[in-house]
Design a protein around this ligand. Structure first.
Ligand code: AMP
Length: 403
């Protein structure tokens, strides 16, 4: 009997998984460089956390959550996003003052699977908490951009908008709602359903864009404080040399955003799924979750889409293959020595013929084949460029000089 992975989930192995490994390790590198240590929260959270945090009327909560009762009768949900859990963890930790955390892991949404849209997908992200000023927004926006740039996402674009705050947004929402009511005849059914519950989300509707060109814009209705914040963020991001476009229709699908919102788009990807990541400020979220007022800003990036847009690596996952002329027990010892010296190497442990070992090396397409001939003999180092004898204890230096 064989089993398939559940719909919308994937098995991933080498060589495809190599691109993932590289992109994820690059993430550890960049997030660390910007001073974000790792934060790890459970994959499973109480359902109420997302209902309150993400918002009861969002598509994520109404249609996409994997929610079930555990054996103790509690309603739990596989996390559909990372921010609510991290903010919950921060509030529980009792930490006071500015705090940074970076995460990386699987997330779950019951969506219609297609290219770049999976039911289990991988996000990396950061949350920067208890920070109010525009420099925090700019730092976070820059980190995402620099990371995606160095990962090699082609045609990368950054879109920025402001959604206002509890001061100015309610007034804008009322104006927008009136406008949308006047356009009901031209709007699609989904949009009409949102006018009462969440009119901002109508701005997100792809099919209704023609009707929305003249819709009132949040940027024209910002209060003074939000307007100053937005201008400062843009100036700072520009000063960092990060190119961006203002997109006044950018609202994002989760309810918690206030003020700055942004999205990273890989224009090379298929239009429906070209957002590689996004984020924004969520100054009211901590209070919504029952905590003390804690402003914050963060983003999440979708690794599945990043890998799709970067393309597969053709680099093999091994640097070297060890061929042993004296059997696998010796190969085990020699490989151990090389590995401790930092060489990335594998060998055949089944005692196959020398010819079969060379075949294995070719199959993996390694750049270097190391031939072990016996105790006291140098290693025969073979590359496309030729061969040379190198004493075992000097092989790791040979690799270092090579790169
Ligand atoms: P969001 O949490 O919806 O703002 O999503 C942030 C990023 O995560 C998106 O830009 C995507 O790159 C990625 N993402 C969200 N949902 C999915 C999904 N179902 N499949 C693959 N990637 C996703």
């Amino acid at each position: 009997m064989t089993f398939q992975p559940p719909k919308g989930t994937d098995d991933l192995m080498a060589p495809q998984s190599q691109a993932w490994r590289e992109v994820l390790s690059l993430w550890d590198d960049w997030s660390g460089r910007y001073g974000f240590p790792l934060v790890m929260t459970p994959v499973l959270e109480s359902t109420e956390l997302f209902r309150r945090g993400v918002g009861d009327t969002t598509e994520v909560v109404t249609k996409q959550m994997y929610t079930f009762e555990d054996r103790g009768g509690r309603s739990v949900t596989l996390r559909p996003e990372g921010t609510a859990g991290v903010v919950r963890a921060y509030l529980n930790s009792g930490h006071q003052g500015a705090w940074k955390g970076a995460y990386s892991g699987p997330f779950f949404r019951y969506e219609r699977p297609q290219g770049g849209r999976r039911r289990q997908f991988w996000q990396v992200g950061v949350e920067y908490l208890d920070v109010e000023g525009p420099a925090a927004d700019a730092e976070v926006v820059e980190l995402g951009y620099r990371y995606l740039e160095s990962a090699g996402v082609p045609n990368l674009e950054l879109l920025i908008n402001s959604l206002g705050d509890s001061e100015c947004r309610p007034g804008y929402v009322a104006v927008l709602r009136d406008y949308l009511r006047g356009k009901e005849a031209e709007l699609g059914e989904d949009s009409i359903g949102l006018i009462d519950v969440n009119p901002l989300r109508v701005l997100d509707s792809k099919p209704d864009q023609p009707v929305l060109v003249d819709a009132p814009r949040m940027v024209d209705n910002l209060c003074d404080a939000c307007s100053r914040h937005f201008e400062a963020v843009k100036t700072l991001v520009e000063g960092l040399g990060v190119p961006f476009t203002e997109d006044h229709g950018l609202v994002r699908g989760l309810d918690y955003y206030t003020r700055t919102t942004f999205e990273y788009v890989g224009r090379q990807l298929d239009t429906a799924q070209n957002a590689v990541g996004g984020g924004g400020r969520y100054d009211g979220l901590a209070e919504t979750l029952g905590g003390r007022p804690t402003p914050g800003v963060g983003f999440a990036l979708g690794i599945d889409r990043i890998v799709l847009s970067v393309g597969e690596l053709d680099r093999p996952y091994l640097e070297a293959y060890l061929v042993s002329e004296t059997g696998p027990e010796d190969a085990l010892q020699v490989a151990s020595r090389l590995r401790r010296d930092g060489v990335n190497v594998d060998f055949d442990s089944e005692g196959r013929s020398v010819k079969a070992q060379f075949r294995a090396a070719r199959r993996i397409d390694v750049a270097v084949t190391l031939v072990w001939k016996g105790e006291g003999e140098p290693i025969d180092v073979q590359t496309k460029g030729g061969r040379q004898d190198v004493p075992l204890e000097e092989v790791s230096d040979w690799f270092k000089e090579r790169t």
